[in-house]
Design a protein around this ligand. Structure first.
Ligand code: ATP
Ligand code: MG
Length: 299
């Protein structure tokens, strides 16, 4: 079992049609046919959307994505049309809402990895490969890879796992030309993001992009280089051979799997609400990632 512990009801906003409730974002269409993307404060972990929200999280993700879209604008066009709040939208949507070009999404999670961890490490330990790509012997959790790699995954529905696949599988699914474009764009945006993050004392270990087509043009969509879509590690604490401290859901995952939560991940039961100190610590990590990367203060 997995999915939403409590699925939120879409809001009724005049002139907007509700399209989809994602794990984090609510999607609407406006009268011009553009996408209205509202990033909520919802948090997902272990394929569950938790019953507790992290205040400001949706705003941090939105503002950080906007900053990154600008940083990489010379490499890739992006889907943002406007940050103006639709007329009649709730005040709470301010700062978390983007009007975007509605794209024909490519159904691939375009992942770049510069460091080995997570699902990449699991596959490496079995076969010395990640997504079928051969890697040298001797790498451990947190090792830097000889060069960044494109490790795509298929996009799963809410409550299901994304599945790592080889480049060949992606090429069969979306066509050789599109696959080549995805790989090129993913590695280019990753490299730029990695260099900018490194200057600010943060290792961009890996990240996931989503792309869509506007006619014939491949466009960077969704969110970019946020703590939800990326692993950010404080560079001064990097130590291969163990799990790295990270600017993301680590507090939440650690608490959920600790005896204190009383939750058994393998049970069919939904996870419990998060205690206040876990919410606060998680919010602080998201805000700190924003501040360190952008060099601006959150408040
Ligand atoms: P799911 O929607 O399957 O739950 P998710 O949890 O990643 O996946 P969210 O991030 O909450 O979803 O919602 C964003 C959704 O909007 C994703 O399905 C993403 O593919 C889609 N999306 C992002 N940008 C665009 C765009 N420009 N045009 C159309 N769809 C987009
Ligand atoms: Mg998403």
């Amino acid at each position: 079992m997995s999915g939403f512990v409590e699925k939120p009801e879409p809001l009724q906003v005049p002139g907007l049609v509700h399209l989809h409730t994602g794990k984090v974002r609510d999607l609407y269409q406006n009268e011009a046919g553009d996408l209205v993307m509202v990033a909520s404060d919802r948090m997902s972990a272990f394929d569950w959307v938790l019953p507790t929200v992290i205040p400001d999280k949706g705003r941090v993700l939105t503002q950080l994505s906007l900053w990154w879209f600008d940083q990489v604008a010379e490499l890739m066009p992006n889907h943002v049309l406007s940050t103006e709040l639709p007329a009649g939208a709730p005040a709470d949507w301010a700062g978390r809402t983007l009007i975007c070009r509605s794209l024909q999404m490519v159904p691939v999670e375009s992942v770049a990895r510069g460091y080995l961890t997570g699902s990449g490490l699991l596959e490496y330990n079995e076969s010395r490969t990640v997504c079928g790509l051969a890697l040298p012997e001797g790498l451990v959790d947190g090792s830097e890879l000889p060069a960044p790699i494109f490790t795509p995954a298929t996009k799963a529905a809410v409550g299901e796992h994304d599945e790592n696949v080889s480049y060949e599988v992606v090429a069969r699914q979306v066509g050789a030309d599109t696959a080549a474009q995805l790989r090129q764009a993913t590695l280019a945006v990753y490299a730029k993001g990695r260099d900018i993050a490194r200057d600010r004392g943060i290792i961009l270990a890996d990240t996931k992009f989503e792309f869509g087509f506007d006619g014939e043009t491949l466009v960077l969509a969704d969110e970019v280089l946020t703590p939800d879509s990326s692993r950010f590690w404080p560079a001064d604490q990097w130590e291969p051979g163990r799990a790295q401290p990270s600017y993301d859901k680590q507090y939440v995952r650690d608490w959920l799997t600790s005896p204190e939560s009383g939750w058994d991940r393998k049970s069919e039961q939904p996870p419990p609400p998060l205690p206040e100190q876990v919410v606060e610590a998680t919010r602080a990590r998201y805000v700190e990632a924003f501040e360190r990367l952008t060099g601006t203060s959150w408040s």
